[in-house]
Design a protein around this ligand. Structure first.
Ligand code: FAD
Length: 397
């Protein structure tokens, strides 16, 4: 290994969604760009995303789909590089894709299509990607250049972009490097926690609900602050599915969540009407028309389920409706970073330029993607943030 540093214009740490987008844009401007990554493969999270089909953006992107201590910060980047810009790139590469519920766009074939497109663009822009590269030390020298000591050598550049992501899925090479670099250069970090993550249950609920593993129900899940109308999935560990992942990003330990199992029905009206029409049918017969049968014993005891509708008082009908539409569950916790799709918190947006992602404290230092305190909802929003923030930094580094 030569002792002479590799001199370049831009060093990007992290060869995944945000880092590759930034590299492409900077390379297109004629900047010499080197992307360093400790992984043996670029874009591992892209490859595993969306069940292998990468939900690469959403047709409806709004700043309200993002969580941050500074909710205004994401607006500029999202409006400068929009979902339509990324879709245009996907179209240019003739990648087949389709729209699913709530505007989510997925590849028809494989997430590999998105990664290959980004790598092809990097190639065109003469970006160098150095994998298997452990970062050992980073300093800013007297010449206002960043000097990076890495296992693959020493690198020197006037622009350093941190695109090293969050803490979720350590097996996929997640590391706290980005937060450490931010701290080293005097940045404030909002506490991090796992987001878009399944809930675990308290022992009594776990015992009751374990048998439901595999059942999926269209629900409205809420807490005091927000609600999501999507499916929930019962698993052998607890609760998952899109609605649960969404609310998990807004959940505080110890908090109760409310599940409306029949969000599109007036349950009181249904029970009252059927009571008049079919007084002898059992509660379980009626409820199994609108809910999976297997779910019912977890909600009501056998005697209640076997009751004919004619024996239900109007007060009891209201109680049944409440049980079905305001089912209270206090999760035991979350599955943590092991399975979380994202990391909440991160580099404080108030210390970055919303236009360029440059640090307000250290000239030439940039933070993009998930390491920043901007977290998207489920639905392609996290990649859109990675593309938009990466693109913005790429215009100026
Ligand atoms: C299972 C799963 C599914 C997902 N599905 C979707 C989806 O369908 N749609 C969506 O919008 N979002 C999805 N996400 C979220 C999305 O993947 C991330 O928000 C996005 O990848 C963030 O991009 P990034 O470039 O900021 O960071 P990352 O993609 O995490 O990339 C960070 C890069 O930095 C490298 N790195 C980390 N530490 C170091 C270090 N110390 N030294 C050198 N290199 C380092 C890593 O190896 C990695 O290549 C999913 C996430 C997971 C975990």
């Amino acid at each position: 290994m030569s002792n002479k540093p590799v001199q370049t214009d831009v060093i990007i740490i992290g060869a995944s969604a945000s880092g590759l987008m930034c590299a492409i844009e900077a390379g297109k401007r004629g900047r010499r760009v080197i992307v360093l990554d400790h992984s043996n493969k670029a874009g591992k999270k892209i490859l595993m995303s969306g069940g292998g089909r990468c939900n690469f953006t959403n047709v409806d992107v709004d700043p309200d789909n993002f969580i941050s201590h500074n909710p205004h910060f994401c607006k500029s980047a999202l409006s400068r590089y929009t979902q339509w810009d990324f879709i245009a790139l996907v179209n240019e590469y003739q990648i087949p894709y389709h729209e699913r519920d709530l505007g989510k766009l997925f590849c028809d074939d494989s997430a590999k299509d998105i990664l290959n497109m980004l790598l092809a663009e990097c190639n065109k822009a003469k970006v160098k990607v150095q994998l298997n590269c452990d970062i050992k030390n980073i300093i800013k020298d007297d010449d206002e250049s960043f000097v990076i000591d890495a296992s693959s050598g020493q690198y020197r550049a006037v622009s350093l972009v941190i695109a090293s992501g969050g803490l979720s899925i350590p097996k996929m090479c997640a590391s706290p490097l980005g937060y450490k670099v931010a701290e080293q250069f005097g940045h404030h970090i909002w506490p991090t926690s796992p987001g878009l993550v399944p809930f675990t249950l308290q022992p009594h609920d776990k015992e009751k609900l374990e048998t439901l593993s595999g059942i999926s129900v269209a629900c409205d899940v809420s807490n005091e602050r927000i609600h999501f109308k999507e499916n929930i999935l019962f698993t052998h560990r607890g609760l998952s599915g899109p609605a649960i992942l969404q609310i998990s990003s807004y959940w505080q330990p110890g908090e109760t969540i409310f599940i409306n199992l029949l969000p599109d029905l007036d349950v009181v009206e249904l029970l009252t009407a059927r009571q008049a029409l079919q007084p002898n049918i059992k509660l379980k017969t009626l409820l199994s028309e609108v809910l999976p049968k297997r779910l019912l014993p977890s909600l009501f005891d056998q005697a209640a389920l076997d009751k004919p509708l004619q024996e239900l008082s109007s007060i009891r009908i209201s109680e049944i409706a409440r049980q079905l539409q305001q089912w209270k569950i206090k999760p035991g916790g979350t599955e943590g970073y092991r399975t979380a799709e994202v990391t909440l918190g991160g580099v404080d947006c108030d210390e970055l330029s919303s236009k360029t992602m440059q640090s307000n404290k250290v000239a030439g230092l940039y933070f993009i993607g998930e390491v920043v305190d901007v977290t998207g909802w489920l639905g392609g929003y996290n990649f859109q943030w990675a593309w938009s923030s990466g693109w913005c930094a790429g215009q100026v580094v």
